[in-house]
Design a protein around this ligand. Sequence first.
Ligand code: SF4
Length: 281
Amino acid sequence: MKIKIAKDAGYCFGVRDAVNLAYDTAEKYGNVYMLGDIVHNERVVSDLNNAGAKIVDNLNDIPDHSPVLFRAHGTRQDIWEDAKKRNLDIIDATCPLVHEIHHEVKKLEKEGRKIIIIGDHGHDEVIAIANQAKNPLIISNKEQAKNIRKIKKAGIVSQSTQMIENVQEIISVLMKKIFDLRFVNTICFPTKRNHEQIKSMAEDNDIMIIIGSFTSANSKRLTELSKQRNDNSYQVTCADDLNLSWFRGVDSVGISAGASTPDYLIKEVEDKIKNIDKDRI
Ligand code: SF4
């Protein structure tokens, strides 16, 4: 069986830097606190926990002067302020591309535009983007776009990991409802590359395996994009989830992984597939 791994499968640079920073800080201080999971991957969170990176629900659970790491997908402004008041040692692991989205939102608002965010309701990155503006609208699909009232002047950004197809559908609905619309395409370049690669790989291979946690919106989107082009697309969290029957009669396998999937999980899946004896399935 030929196996091809997507060039940009797995950690994006923003997540990789944040995870490394968490390990370095835990080593330096003995521990580090984080508000929620640093990435949507249970194995990474558990490994980090063993290294001294503790997850807490709110700042009250962190002793004064302790290090707190703000995660790659951004943090609400009031939490920044609160952490400073409590004299916590803030380690900022916000991805520079997420900082860029916050900056764009502020610029659009200064132009007198109503802010619209195309993204998943309740996702931490979207919550932090929304926190940069006054009463922004969050829209996740075209049905929601159809339900908004007419707006005179609006500025639109998207969550960094959105699919361009979803963003385009929503914008085409909004164009009929907004007189003066400015859209800044804030889908990040690692996401764009990963999405483009999976589209062509799904067409070129007999089967597609996407590695990622089912709590990761990013991994689920990759699976969705792959399934649209190849029915033989399966999401797995690790090598144990592989089902041998999927590989019957298969000559080529494409592998990709969400931005929160560590390299070792990709390697484990690759090794297991390499060892499949097709004749014995
Ligand atoms: S998905 Fe994009 S914006 Fe988010 S952390 Fe990775 S590189 Fe940064």
